[in-house]
Design a protein around this ligand. Structure first.
Ligand SMILES: NC(=O)c1ccc[n+]([C@@H]2O[C@H](COP(=O)([O-])OP(=O)(O)OC[C@H]3O[C@@H](n4cnc5c(N)ncnc54)[C@H](OP(=O)(O)O)[C@@H]3O)[C@@H](O)[C@H]2O)c1
Length: 247
């Protein structure tokens, strides 16, 4: 098992949900964490709790901002997690602005982040990259079209990194969860908490800390072991379209 003490990891989207849980888990193992997201107040509050952490106020959709903020960091690895869903419905009735927001964040944001940090990892001759995919990158579900397309793209980026980085001593992992109880659905339904709560009605979703555990497992394997793909389902979810709900 590798220890994370004194290693530095970037976590994008660390102001909430899976990213925040991952930042906390990494810090608890002694890692230094670079917290990146847009909400400055939340970044500052979390940084106060995590010794040795630093903050980067960043919108991953902005490629120039990613270069400015991330290219100079001395990183041992990154958890590339920032992402969101917007809306649920048919393509015919879809909202183009929402599609752009999802694709710009979930696909181009991942690429902007990678473009900024990869030269540093390659120069140091080793590193760890963990992408937050989703089971939506493996299966679609009704109305999920563009979000699912964005996560299928993340899967393609994961596979591309593996072949492009072969021989470079950079490990690449995709962690693909099913339903996780975070602000994801509240964001997707623009603050409609009642509708968001219905998503998890009668079933037990994953907690953000369950996903953070999986990420920690990948990062702490010995150097010759690259955990490739972790698919993490709630026991109550058999597929993207099959959820067991109890009354
Ligand atoms: N929840 C689920 O069921 C689930 C399942 C599978 C995969 N995922 C994936 O897990 C990842 C994290 O989602 P979550 O469930 O933890 O949702 P969340 O609680 O809503 O957190 C999303 C995080 O992403 C950040 N973010 C969003 N847009 C950003 C931008 N343009 N620039 C920088 N940061 C941005 C947010 O920070 P700011 O708003 O402060 O910028 C926030 O910290 C996403 O990639 C999501 O697709 C979630």
């Amino acid at each position: 098992m590798q220890r994370l003490q004194a290693r530095t990891f970037l976590v994008t989207g660390s102001t909430a949900g899976i990213g925040e849980a991952t930042a906390r888990a990494l810090a608890a193992e002694g890692a230094r964490v670079v917290l990146a997201a847009r909400r400055k107040d939340r970044l500052a509050a979390l940084a106060k709790e995590l010794p040795g952490s630093q903050t980067v106020e960043l919108d991953v959709r902005d490629s120039a901002a990613c270069e400015r903020a991330l290219a100079g960091l001395a990183l041992d690895g990154a958890v590339i997690n920032a992402g969101l869903g917007r809306g649920l419905g048919s393509i015919a009735e879809g909202n183009v602005d929402e599609w752009n927001e999802m694709l710009d964040t979930n696909v181009k944001g991942v690429l902007h982040t990678l473009h900024a940090i990869l030269p540093g990892l390659l120069a140091r001759g080793k590193g760890d990259l963990v992408l937050l995919g989703s089971v939506a990158g493996r299966q679609v579900y009704p109305g999920g079209n563009v979000y699912c397309a964005s996560k299928h793209a993340v899967r393609a980026i994961y596979e591309s990194l593996r072949v492009d980085l072969a021989g470079k001593n950079v490990r690449v992992t995709t962690v693909d969860p099913g339903m996780v109880l975070t602000d994801f659905s509240i964001t997707r339904f623009r603050g409609d908490r009642e509708r968001a709560a219905k998503v998890y009605e009668g079933m037990t979703p994953l907690a953000p800390s369950d996903v953070a555990d999986a990420i920690l497992y990948a990062l702490t394997r010995p150097p010759h072991v690259n955990v490739g793909e972790i698919v993490l389902w709630p026991t109550d979810q058999a597929s993207t379209t099959s959820v067991t709900r109890r009354k």
